[in-house]
Design a protein around this ligand. Structure first.
Ligand code: URA
Length: 233
């Protein structure tokens, strides 16, 4: 495996960071400084040290799930079904957890992973990861409502919501893209303009669109390209 791929898969550094660190002499393999991060290593045998810290090899797994209605985005629940119940046991044993939460009645794209540092980074407000939701709402949206939703609304937090993008299909449906992930964020944004969400489905996360060939409740591993996309966010 390439050294830079290894560092990105272990959540240590992005390809760009690896390149910089290698140039600065900050990466060793078996005690030897490596200047070229495209060099191949054996992750099971070679001892890699990144900026003075040994890098432990752990294979990270990423699944894309099309979350159905009525399932909880949690790892355990005493009573209801969780998203973890929808994937084979072999993955559960690898310590997968949902990267962010969708409400019980929200459908669509959920990434499951065991890469804690990356999930933390993707969910951090500083990372500004885009999430796109298809919605339907109870009342027609006026131009003023759309303007407010896009500019930022008061949902009872310290500050207004960050700017959002809106693409209307009709005056009661469309897609909204936000960069935050506050609790019930979209539902609260619509409440703030005296409306109510009646349908919510996440169709994109971090530039990865929901694979529409997946039926509700189905999952697949991320492709190499998708994996690279989120690991290099
Ligand atoms: N916003 C919501 O209100 N609910 C979700 O599940 C996701 C975003």
């Amino acid at each position: 495996m390439r050294l830079d791929k290894f560092l990105s898969e272990t959540g240590t550094a992005s390809r760009t960071e690896s390149k910089k660190a290698a140039r600065a002499g900050g990466i060793t393999v078996n005690g030897i400084t490596v200047k070229d991060p495209s060099q191949h290593i054996d992750p099971e045998k070679d001892a890699v040290v990144y900026m003075g810290t040994p890098v432990l090899y752990q294979k990270f797994i990423y699944l894309m799930l099309n979350k159905p209605d009525g399932v909880l985005s949690a790892t355990e629940d005493g009573e209801g079904q969780t998203v973890l119940d929808l994937v084979p046991e072999k993955y559960r044993k690898m310590g997968l957890f949902p990267c962010g939460r969708l409400d019980k009645n929200t459908l669509g794209l959920l990434i499951l992973t065991n890469n804690g540092p990356l999930a933390h980074k993707l969910l951090s407000p500083k990372c500004h990861v885009e999430k796109t939701y298809r919605f339907e709402c109870e009342r027609p949206l006026t131009d003023a409502d759309c303007d407010l939703l896009c500019r930022g609304v008061d949902i009872g937090e310290k500050s207004s919501t960050q700017p959002a993008k809106l693409n209307l299909f009709s005056d009661r449906s469309g897609e909204i893209t936000v960069t935050e992930g506050k609790f019930h964020q979209i539902k609260r944004m619509f409440q703030a303009v005296c409306n109510k969400i009646t349908y919510l489905e996440r169709v994109k996360f971090a530039d990865i669109p929901l694979d529409t060939t997946l039926k509700r409740g189905e999952w697949r591993e991320l492709t190499d390209a998708e994996r690279e996309q989120i690991e290099n966010k």
